[in-house]
Design a protein around this ligand. Structure first.
Ligand code: NAX
Ligand code: K
Length: 520
């Protein structure tokens, strides 16, 4: 699991070490970790340090010092390195070490056109961003801002530029706590972060700007602090999902009830049912209009369908709401399922049925517009764009207000538990933003909830508190959905009705990962 502590907590953990005279040792450990990741990236690009061209961007703080010491190590391995100093007061000892190793430096004075330097940096093999780290205050200013603007213009977008950008601790320009970007940002191919990840690397625009996140252990003790954000990795999702055993039968593997679809939106039901079956469970019981049931059956004859009530359809978990619009029977089923005490995934049309207080086993899956309506109906007047700017804040707010687990959809999906625990998953492909995508996410979440509903060891397997298991399940569902989307996108624009093929492949990968972990 990728665990992020707030910048303040990381700095507090550094403080006693710095006071006891270990400040320089910390910088050296950070620099060494950064150097190691750069070496690996060069190797992946078919290069070696020997002969590589490196540009170090150094601001006035310790972030610049880390980058310069990493540059010193690359110089000693035969790289050619130039430092662009974005302040008159760069950390003296690291700059001295960089120069002694053969590095050259140039100071970008305030008011000088950075265009030529930016062009030079754009042609380097590697650019190390040591402009600002956890000491950043607000959006980039002064020469830092001018340089990043010029670099983005000269080098082009991340996907098209030739230089590899490696962020030291965090990409300069993002807010360390929220990931919000105010002004230019130097988007990285990889970020090497020290002590632990920071929330801004996992949330919103910051997650997009961070590339692959590598955490370097520099010996900080963070055991007294509470993680601010967590991200489930492949191995965590593999440890969580439940594989059938020889003792299982269809009822013990999990039965999921799905009250989705309506005569207006019949397809949503078929998509949710298909995705649930592909995720793997004992049985899906579909409840809804006969015409919709027959569509479900055309695609998935294994689903058991009726137009009866929630009470008569024994299940371990429920999905309610996808495509369930203007249909009083579906509304009633949603309300009954939410009131049943069983885990229930509440999407779209069923969100208005959520009472004031529920338990964490009720998983709400709004997008920003739906969360805005949901919160406004509860007296919190907030529009869609405000939620998009601060998704973690508003997801937590909704979870704390209602007691539900709240999964807020977006490129980064955030999941808030009513306990305050927060997950962020950035597994998705932008190709997934297409009609019907949310219906398949509901199906995946429902299948996980049904198959894990009675698994008392699930929370322990991935190291979360029992009370946060529903949030972890929701985060795992988002991860599976996102990975399936990425896989599907390799074949071109995604047809959501095809997604079950990719969901099954992702589940197969997860079970293989689990088998390998068990064999170790
Ligand atoms: N404290 C330590 O001993 C350690 C620090 N480490 C590194 O040090 C970093 C933190 O160092 P600092 O506290 O010195 O702070 P930073 O290096 O993050 O930056 C602070 C400096 O940047 C300037 N600045 C702040 N906001 C700016 C903005 N918006 N635009 C332009 N310039 C801005 C300020 O003038 C300030 O001097 C971490 O991110 C990490 O890279 C690590 O090496 C681990 C050990
Ligand atoms: K940085």
């Amino acid at each position: 699991m990728l665990v992020a502590f707030s910048g303040g907590d990381v700095r507090a953990a550094e403080a006693p070490l710095i006071e006891s005279g270990q400040g320089d040792a910390l910088l050296q450990r950070a620099a060494h970790g950064l150097f190691g990741v750069v070496l690996g990236l060069l190797r992946e690009a078919g290069l070696t340090a020997y002969g590589a061209t490196v540009v170090v961007l150094a601001g006035s703080g310790n972030n610049g010092a880390d980058a310069l010491y990493a540059g010193e190590r690359l110089l000693r391995r035969g790289a050619g390195a130039t430092a662009v100093l974005l302040s008159d007061h760069v950390h003296a000892a690291s700059l001295e070490a960089f120069r002694r190793a053969g590095g050259t430096s140039v100071t970008l004075a305030d008011g000088t056109d950075p265009g030529e330097l930016a062009l030079h940096a754009g042609h380097a093999d590697v650019v190390i961003d040591g402009i600002v780290g956890t000491g950043a205050q607000g959006g980039l200013r002064g020469t830092a801002r001018a340089f990043v603007d010029a670099f983005n213009t000269a080098a082009g977008a991340r996907a098209t530029r030739s230089a590899l950008v490696v962020a030291c601790d965090l990409p300069s320009g993002i807010d360390v706590e929220t990931g919000q970007v105010d002004g230019p940002v130097l988007a990285a191919d990889a970020t090497v972060t020290f002590g632990s990840a920071k929330p801004g690397l996992l949330l919103g625009a910051g997650a997009l700007a961070s590339g692959e996140v590598n955490v370097v252990d520099i010996g900080l003790d963070l055991t007294a602090s509470t993680p601010a954000v967590r991200t489930l990795l492949h191995a965590d999702v593999a440890a969580l999902v439940r594989a059938p055993t020889a003792q299982d039968q269809k009822y013990s593997r999990g039965v999921l009830g799905i009250a989705a679809g309506s005569s207006r939106y019949p397809g949503a039901a078929a998509l949710a049912v298909g995705a649930a079956l592909a995720t793997g469970l004992g049985m899906v019981r579909y409840l809804g209009p006969d015409t919709v049931a027959s569509l479900v059956h055309q695609r998935n004859p294994e689903a058991v369908a009726s137009n009866g009530s929630v009470a008569d359809a024994r299940s371990q978990a429920w999905v309610v709401g996808p495509g369930a619009v203007d249909d009083d029977d579906q509304r009633g089923r949603a309300s009954d399922a939410i009131g049943s005490g069983l885990p229930v995934v509440v999407d779209a049309g069923a969100l208005p049925e959520v009472p004031d207080r529920v338990g964490p086993q009720v998983i709400l899956t709004p997008h920003a517009g739906e969360l805005s309506q949901f919160l406004t109906a509860r007296g919190v007047d907030v529009d869609r764009s405000a939620i998009e700017a601060e998704p973690a804040h508003f997801a937590l707010r909704a979870a704390e207000m209602t007691g539900a687990t709240v999964l807020l959809k977006g490129f980064t999906t955030v999941v808030a538990a009513p306990s305050g625990t927060l997950f962020a998953q950035t597994d998705a492909s932008p190709w997934l933003s297409t009609a019907g995508s949310g219906d398949t996410l509901s199906g995946i979440l429902g299948a996980l909830a049904a198959s894990l509903a009675e698994d008392t060891g699930a929370a322990r397997r991935i190291g979360v508190a029992d009370e946060d298991i529903w949030a972890a399940i929701a985060a795992a569902g988002a991860a599976i959905h996102g990975r399936a989307g990425r896989r599907a996108a390799l074949r071109g624009p995604i047809l959501i009705s095809d997604l079950p093929t990719d969901i099954r492949a992702v589940m197969a990968d997860l079970y293989e990962e689990r088998r390998l972990a068990a064999a170790m």
